[in-house]
Ligand binder design. Structure first.
Ligand code: NDP
Length: 297
């Protein structure tokens, strides 16, 4: 069997196009553009790259992007004052504080200060609670993107066996919750799980969100399984390479011969995250204006 490659890049491009069209409709209906505020504290190079691409994508989708760059020695109070100002700013629909924050700033306290209705990352406990009890709120972008790819490929997930490897608050737990809501039967695996290969072997759907290069082996997989690889890991550079290759948490080359469908790394889940962030921001904008968000978002 050769797996179908799930093209997250193409799917994300279509989602961004749809968001762009709906953002235009929103501007007409509300008399203003939807707005996303991104806060970056410090100089972390990876965070700077993420913030720049979020800014570009937001503008390309026809929304306002407000960037707030604070120095690494910013204290928590200053950051909380900014968040409070953004909470009250009617031009700002979504607030994203880029993580990780410098040592000494309590991330949970900062996330808790963001208004849940502007928390487009879906990290606030109110949104985690809404997801847990089935109320509409904001779902973290990466797992929501994975879910879109899964339902696009498989349609109804009812009764399917799903194994999520990883139990972080930003990926594993919300992923499991979404799969449960879609009536899949869920196992959440983690570092203490016994006999992971056997657990993975019964899954129709495997979502790997571990952060360990190519940990999930092809011979663990059930034939025909759908594999969503969230992991982004950089291998040490091979001879002659300046930078090592990016790989996922799944042995992609091997798994392609066994799975029914699989996301590549890069080009699978990664591009979905920003596309869903734009989608969440637009949904926030509609709700903040008391309008019903379009159904196809
Ligand atoms: P975390 O480090 O927060 O969580 C990793 C999880 O993997 C933990 O629950 C941990 O278990 C589990 N784990 C670690 N080792 C093993 C093992 N040997 N066997 C089974 N489970 C194990 O990571 P994140 O959830 O934040 O991210 C996971 C991966 O996804 C990373 O590679 C990250 O870069 C990537 N990522 C990609 C995104 C994208 O846009 N594509 C966005 C977000 C993340 P325990 O809880 O027991 O410690």
């Amino acid at each position: 069997m050769t797996a179908e490659i799930i093209d997250g890049k193409a799917f994300a491009a279509k989602l961004r196009e749809r968001v762009g069209e709906q953002a235009h409709a929103f501007t007409k209906a509300a008399g203003r553009k939807a707005g996303l505020a991104v806060v970056l504290v410090g100089e972390d190079p990876a965070s700077q790259v993420y913030v720049r691409s979020k800014h570009r994508a937001t503008v390309a989708a026809g929304m306002e992007s407000y960037e707030h760059r604070l120095s690494a020695d910013t204290d928590a109070t200053e950051l909380l004052v900014l968040v409070e100002r953004l909470n009250k700013d009617n031009a700002v629909d979504g607030i994203l504080v880029q993580l990780p924050l410098p040592d000494g700033i309590d991330e949970q306290a900062v996330i808790a200060a963001i208004s849940p209705d502007k928390d487009v990352d879906g990290f606030h406990v109110t949104n985690a609670g809404r997801l847990a009890v089935g109320q509409s709120g904001f779902v973290p972008c990466t797992p929501l993107g994975c879910m879109m790819l899964l339902t696009d490929r498989l349609g109804d997930l009812s009764g399917l066996e799903a194994v999520v490897i990883g139990r972080s608050n930003i990926v594993g737990k919300p992923m499991a919750q979404l799969l449960l809501d879609a009536n899949a039967t869920i196992t959440i695996a983690h570092s203490r799980t016994k006999d992971l290969p056997a657990v993975v072997g019964r899954a129709d759907i495997v979502v790997a969100a571990v952060g360990r290069a190519e940990m999930v082996k092809a011979d663990w997989l059930k034939d025909g399984a759908t594999v969503i690889d969230v992991g982004i890991n950089r291998l040490p550079p091979a001879e002659g390479e300046e930078k090592g290759r990016l790989v996922g948490d799944v042995d992609y080359a091997g798994a392609k011969a066994r799975a029914g469908a699989i996301t590549p790394v890069p080009g699978g889940v990664g591009p979905m995250t920003i596309a869903v962030l734009l989608r969440n921001t637009l949904v926030a904008a509609y709700r903040n204006e008391g309008l019903e968000p379009p159904e196809d978002l």
